[in-house]
Each structure stands twice: as structure tokens, then as C-alpha cells.
Design a protein around this ligand. Sequence first.
Ligand code: H2B
Length: 96
Amino acid sequence: MTELLSEQGIAEALRGLPEWRRVGDAIERSAELAGFPEAIEVVNRVAERAESANHHPDIDIRWRTVTFRLSTHSHGGITEKDIALAGEIDGVIPSV
Ligand SMILES: C[C@H](O)[C@H](O)[C@H]1CNC2=NC(N)=NC(=O)C2=N1
């Protein structure tokens, strides 16, 4: 059963997701890629994983900077689904 994470739960989860920050009822990270094609490639990889998880980030693409924002819309806040997908997103972003 998906439930909203507590403040402590969110803080603990973010300790394992150093690239992510809390923004209101969501968590967010940005990544700067080598160029626009590379940014789109990352977005496509994230889209595959989001579809598999049936959990989808808000995505903002500005040239080679992509920002992912995660919140569980059906719950109006942050759940384990957001934390899990954040970890998967980190896994498809090339480390510089
Ligand atoms: C029916 C509902 O849209 C689906 O269960 C999924 C789709 N993707 C989703 N993504 C996010 N971020 N939150 C949701 O509540 C959500 N619901």
C-alpha cells in the first residue's frame, strides 16, 4: 500500500539521493548533459523506466539541462514510488 512518507522518512531517503532536493511536496534534481541529443537520450531512458514503474516525473528540458521532479500525484506528496524512481533516474544519468 503506497503511503505518504513522513518528514523523517523523506529526510532519510534524501540522504541516499545526494543529487536530489526537497521542493515542497516533491523531490527534484537537475542534470547537465553533453548536449541536446544527449539530454533527449536520458529523457528517453527515464521514460522507459517510468512506464515500467507506472510512475512518471515532471520533466523540464532546457537545451542540455534536464530537471526531473517527482511527486505521487494520487497522494499529493512524496511516497516510496518517488524515491525508487529517483534512484532509477540517477542510474541512467551519465556521471561526468
Ligand atoms: C492511474 C494513475 O494515473 C497511474 O496509477 C499513475 C500514472 N503515473 C503517476 N505518476 C505520478 N508521479 N503520480 C501518480 O499518482 C501516477 N499515477
